[in-house]
Design a protein around this ligand. Structure first.
Ligand SMILES: Nc1ncnc2c1ncn2[C@@H]1O[C@H](COP(=O)(O)OP(=O)(O)OP(=O)(O)O)[C@@H](O)[C@H]1O
Ligand SMILES: [Mg+2]
Length: 385
């Protein structure tokens, strides 16, 4: 079993010291410590980077903020388990903590009482039984303009809707040339900017007014129809929007546009897996290599970064091995070039119908992402008609 990572939000010295000792004895690594909760959003951003499995939160003074804090913790990448820590086994506090969404309640002596709680969390993680309320977030971005990030993001979202019973959000964070509004025939006049500008009042009710849905279980939040002239929201607001959406959907597919802006870099921190879409053209491969180097050197884990080769010709001039060596990362999927089929679909305002070579490649990609058995290529003529 892999060792667990924990974060500590404990201000009282009499709880902090024994908690540190108990965790060390149990082989749990402390990846982040925060004393008093002065700035919740800043602490959550640092927690998102640290990716703990559990967060020990001293609940003494939290009172009515407890439910919000536990919900935000569960909405972080990896959905860490919130563990309430208090100096006594006060029944009212236990009830309040459990109602607020704590998965464990511990009190001194922590050396003895933390062990069973940690063992339960470890067992749930090992058995894949952890109740995670957070969905999985995937970000798609092009190595350079036009490599196909939007096309891949839209088709993956639709395929996830077809192949799973899950709830899916397709979100357009490409504020400059966001085309998801067009591809998905979005009816809502609102956009992801309205969510980011109103981040402090964002709740489910408000959210419902912003999104649009054409297919069951697949909702869309578009970019502004025209690149907005309004004051741009703080970059951090987009992270908070992604964090919020994770609590409502099983899959959140984000179109991050081309290349890496500060906004994209910021959003990627919050995203479980980043998909870099490139073609085999030399300038695109060159840009892809630069982006990979930038991301890895800024601490983005290579296990979270996936390369998609789009528009691969039938007889490519370079081999897959050569591309992988050049980029320093494995190619997660190679999608065929099918300009005619896509162009026909887009001209009639639709996405690709299932069945063509490219549509099947999208179906396979979505199945791989969702860990499902690969769909077979559809027979052109079925005996059953
Ligand atoms: N596999 C493919 N085969 C053929 N044409 C493709 C393929 N994927 C995308 N295209 C075409 O490439 C063009 C650009 O696609 P798309 O808008 O998805 O790229 P993008 O990376 O999102 O671009 P931008 O940088 O403008 O956001 C479109 O005309 C699309 O039809
Ligand atoms: Mg695009």
């Amino acid at each position: 079993m892999r060792p667990l990572n924990a974060a500590l939000w404990i201000a009282s010295e009499e709880l902090l010291t024994p908690a540190r000792k108990a965790l060390a004895d149990l082989g749990v690594r402390v990846v982040f410590e925060q004393a008093a909760l002065v700035n919740l959003q800043a602490a959550l951003m640092r927690l998102a980077q640290a990716r703990p499995d559990l967060v020990l939160v001293e609940i003494g003074e939290l009172d009515d903020r407890m439910a919000q804090i536990f919900r935000e913790i569960r909405g972080l990448p990896g959905s860490p388990a919130p563990v309430a820590v208090h100096h006594s086994a006060d029944p009212e506090k236990i009830l309040a903590a459990m109602r607020a969404g704590a998965c464990e309640f511990v009190y001194p002596p922590l050396e003895a009482n933390l062990r069973p709680a940690i063992e339960r969390i470890a067992a749930e993680l090992a058995g894949g039984r952890r109740q995670t309320t957070g969905g999985k977030t995937l970000g798609f971005f092009s190595a350079k303009g036009g490599c196909g990030a939007t096309t891949v993001a839209c088709h993956v979202a639709v395929e996830l809707q077809r192949q799973t019973p899950h709830k899916i959000l397709l979100a357009d964070l490409d504020l400059e040339t966001g085309l998801i509004r067009f591809f998905m025939k979005t009816k809502s006049e609102y956009s992801v900017l309205d969510a980011a500008h109103n981040i402090d009042r964002l709740d489910e009710h408000f959210w419902r007014a912003l999104i649009s849905n054409g297919m069951p279980r697949l909702e869309v939040i578009a970019a502004p129809a025209v690149a907005a002239s309004v004051e741009p929201p703080q970059e951090e607001s987009f992270r908070r929007v992604i964090r919020f959406t994770r609590t409502l959907y099983d899959w959140v597919i984000v179109d991050l546009g081309r290349s890496l802006s500060p906004r994209t870099m910021n959003a990627l921190e919050e995203i479980d897996e980043g998909f870099l879409v490139t073609t085999l053209e030399v300038p695109a491969l060159y840009q892809a290599k630069q982006l990979i180097t930038t991301l890895l050197s800024s601490g983005y884990g290579s296990d979270r970064l996936r390369v998609i080769l789009n528009r691969t010709p039938k007889r490519p001039e370079v081999t897959l091995e050569e591309v992988q060596t050049m980029l320093g990362l494995p190619v997660y999927a190679a999608l065929p070039n099918d300009y005619v089929a896509l162009n026909e679909a887009y001209t009639s305002g639709e996405l690709l119908e299932p069945g063509s070579g490219l549509a099947t490649a999208f179906a396979r990609l979505a199945a791989r992402i969702a860990n499902l058995p690969e769909p077979r290529k559809r027979m052109r003529f079925s005996l059953l008609g």
